[in-house]
Ligand binder design. Structure first.
Ligand code: HEC
Length: 130
């Protein structure tokens, strides 16, 4: 039993550090579900989807293209498919918090809607539609 408890405590600590830690930036994890919900909502009609992509493209050009279209430091070009994190909530997590030290987090700069829109733009790029 002692071993089990030690492991239980250790794993919850590890999870807490992973969630709160990142690279020392603000934790925006509680926004992930909301952004995924907004992203689901814009897919309900064709017009909401295309305007979300259009807004997301503006965000992308302003904040993301300098690395992602140029392949800076290995940033994946979404027009050629993304990298490893393909689930919606994983992409949202990366945009809010960044990834390792090479991809900055945008949770302090972008609203939930902007993150949802930029995800729509990424998906459109992955699908070859932007
Ligand atoms: C300073 C350069 C830079 C900027 C600006 C930047 N990224 Fe990144 N991004 C990267 C790098 C580099 C990686 C790969 C990280 C790694 O593997 O270490 C990455 C990875 C990602 C990933 C994960 C890709 C995958 O499939 O694994 C997503 C999603 C992403 N970026 C979205 C964005 C969005 C959206 C923006 C704009 C809001 C943005 N990035 C701005 C450099 C950048």
């Amino acid at each position: 039993m002692r071993v089990t408890w030690t492991w239980a405590i250790w794993s919850s600590l590890t999870v807490a550090v992973a969630v709160a830690g990142g690279c020392g930036g603000t934790d925006h994890s509680d926004r992930i579900d909301g952004v995924v919900g907004l992203y689901a909502a814009v897919q309900e009609t064709e017009s909401a989807w295309s305007s979300s992509i259009a807004r997301g493209e503006d965000v992308y050009e302003t904040s993301c293209a300098e690395c992602h279209d140029a392949g800076t430091m290995g940033a994946p070009d979404f027009r050629e498919g993304g990298g490893d994190a393909h689930a919606d909530d994983e992409y949202v997590d990366v945009v809010l918090h960044g990834l390792f030290i090479r991809m900055p987090g945008f949770g302090d700069e972008l609203s939930d809607q902007e993150v949802a829109d930029v995800l729509a733009a990424i998906r459109a790029r992955e699908a070859g539609g932007a």
